[in-house]
Design a protein around this ligand. Sequence first.
Ligand SMILES: Cc1cc2nc3c(=O)[nH]c(=O)nc-3n(C[C@H](O)[C@H](O)[C@H](O)COP(=O)(O)O)c2cc1C
Length: 225
Amino acid sequence: MKTTFITTAITAVALAVGLAVGEPEAPLADIPLPAPRMAGGKPLLTALKERQTSRAFSAKPLPMQLVSDLLWAAFGINRTDTGKRTAPSARNWQEIDVYVVLAEGAYRYDAQANLLRAVVKGDLRALTGRQPFVATAPLNLVYVADPARMKGADAADISLYSGADAAFIGQNVYLFCASEGLGTVVRGLVDREALAEALKLPKPLRIVFAQTVGYPEEKAAPAPL
Ligand SMILES: Cc1cc2nc3c(=O)[nH]c(=O)nc-3n(C[C@H](O)[C@H](O)[C@H](O)COP(=O)(O)O)c2cc1C
């Protein structure tokens, strides 16, 4: 009886405290991705013909199937026996992680598990670049190098090879976007310090480039005559 009373009292106090301070916000959850489509799209030569940079994006979110396809094209695993990827990397270091910054939060693409691992809750899009469209485009990728994976590389190697390896991923994204009618721009104009802090990246990790992806901005309908 006494125990029941104490339990009830504790529950009441906990409820009262909960009501007073408000419920803690739910943490950002991982997002399992649908299996990527590994077939279809425009012929390679057509995609190359249409590859281009664009800087005007609709705010319309991208469906998760398209995000999954995009990330697989960018740096997914295309040989499960070896774990090798759709983009080459120097000495197969695979030192680039692809971060995905959406309106609801920032995630890291886990190609092995095919999911977006939650990194930071909240809208960090504006911090992914110095150009205004980054804040409203639905998705910004951030290519982050982990020098710890680049065994035997000195500072010059780290800089050269992480730049090259990120650029291959960026070109895959360009070709995927050309194939799917999406707009994209790879970007060096990034405040790396501010973005690294917002993404809570430990010091040795380096932001190489960012890349915005979205539907092309819809042109306003012409005024009726
Ligand atoms: C390494 C690299 C960094 C770039 N950085 C930016 C950038 O910060 N902002 C931007 O608007 N475009 C950026 N661009 C896009 C170039 O301006 C664009 O590729 C160039 O004008 C040629 O246009 P095209 O891609 O349509 O052929 C970058 C391109 C590369 C390869």
